[in-house]
Design a protein around this ligand. Structure first.
Ligand code: ADP
Length: 364
């Protein structure tokens, strides 16, 4: 994992791209005189001459763009694309923050982390079965992503369903292009399916989800690929897109399956099977479940997936309200009044959840 650390001062910006495998510095540098004449970037790669770029940097935005260009430069760069830098979304978020600071000077920017919800997990849930020294050294653990959505939807399930205290064991299935599932009690995360990165857990549009780590070594050896290249395949060229050979989009998959495409049908079956397994695991982990909520593009709309998953949960005593079952994209309880576990559809609203978190840190 390569982490780009940006340390922005008022007129300077220092950065290091650190390979966390051995904490070596792949590249580092400094932008000086940001906002005044004579801005200059000095980019250093071990074993190479310094790369000096004199270019205007009226704001930190231009500085970051120059840094990213230097990191990807054919001669002086150390990565081919920003995809090699983790976390993937940080450069874009940073640019957003910089642009907002420029357009709205003096306004406070608040960063809400998608991993916050996963901080509710206990060590026995978030640690991998590996030597904890890797957690101590590098923070290798399960973090979970889509946390903002899981926080919002689990909380709204409790409110909308008026779940009484002591009856707030909720499983949220966030099924979209990226998919994850969480178990929470009283809105506090007990477990969630994504891990150190969003690769773990459910089969997704293009991600494999859970996989034996040895597959990485096997494919690397037999296909003559680097670890990074195999991980790129697991993140971007796997999941239902690869299983079906049709698409990562569930509307396309459902249409192809209807037309008799067996691989599309298999991809849908495999996707649902993994959701069903996780629901079972999380019901066991919480010693029961009071409500199951579907959200995300697929969770809110795809009736085929909804039917397939719920038809395997009879053991939980779920009974459906067939009139409401087909509701799409709005808040609804689709379980019958005598169902032992309640089932909801609750559209996610990550923007509202972020705004709420902003208020929670004392701003408005
Ligand atoms: P992202 O992870 O990009 O936020 P979304 O939550 O928007 O993804 O979900 C996208 C997925 O939802 C796609 O696979 C899409 O086919 C599916 N989807 C959206 N609307 C429908 C629908 N009406 N019926 C079936 N699937 C749908």
């Amino acid at each position: 994992m390569k982490i780009l650390v940006i340390n922005a001062g008022s007129s300077s910006l220092k950065y290091q791209l650190i390979d966390m495998a051995d904490e070596s510095v792949a590249a580092k540098g400094l932008c000086e005189r940001i906002g005044i004449a004579g801005s200059v970037l000095t980019h250093k790669v071990p074993g190479k001459d310094d790369y000096v770029v004199e270019a205007p940097m009226p704001t930190h935005k231009e500085a970051i763009e120059l840094v990213l260009n230097a990191l990807m430069d054919a001669e002086h760069g150390v990565v081919k694309s920003t995809d090699e830098i983790s976390p993937l979304h940080n450069p874009a978020n940073l640019m957003g923050i910089e642009a907002c600071e420029q357009a709205m000077p003096g306004k406070i920017n608040v960063a809400v982390f998608d991993t916050t919800f996963g901080m509710g997990m206990e060590p026995y849930a978030y640690l991998y079965g590996i030597d904890p020294k890797y957690y101590d050294k590098y923070g290798v653990r399960r973090y979970g992503f889509h946390g903002t959505s899981h926080l919002f939807v689990s909380g709204e399930t409790i409110k909308f369903g008026q779940l009484p205290e002591g009856k707030q064991k909720v499983i949220v299935c966030h099924l979209g292009n990226g998919s994850s599932i969480s178990a929470s009690v009283g809105g506090v995360c007990q477990d969630t399916s994504m891990g150190l990165t969003p690769l773990e857990g459910l089969i997704m549009g293009t991600r494999s989800g859970d996989i034996d780590a040895s597959v990485v070594q096997f494919l690397s050896k037999h296909e003559n690929l680097s670890v990074d290249e195999v991980l790129n395949i697991l993140n971007k060229k796997s999941g239902v897109a690869a299983l079906s050979g049709v698409s990562s989009d569930f509307r396309d998959l459902q249409a192809a399956a209807q037309d008799g495409n067996e691989r599309a049908a298999l991809a849908l079956k495999a996707f649902c099977y993994r959701v069903i397994k996780y629901i079972g695991a999380y019901a066991a982990a919480m010693d029961g479940v009071d409500a199951i909520t579907f959200t995300g593009g697929i969770g809110e709309n795809d009736l085929g997936v909804r039917r397939e998953v719920l038809s395997h949960l009879n053991y939980l005593g779920i009974k459906l309200d067939e009139e409401k079952f087909g509701t799409r994209g709005k808040r609804v309880e689709i379980s019958a009044p005598d169902s032992k576990v309640r089932v909801f559809i609750i559209p996610t609203n990550e923007e509202l959840a972020i705004a709420r978190e902003t208020v929670r840190v004392g701003l408005s």
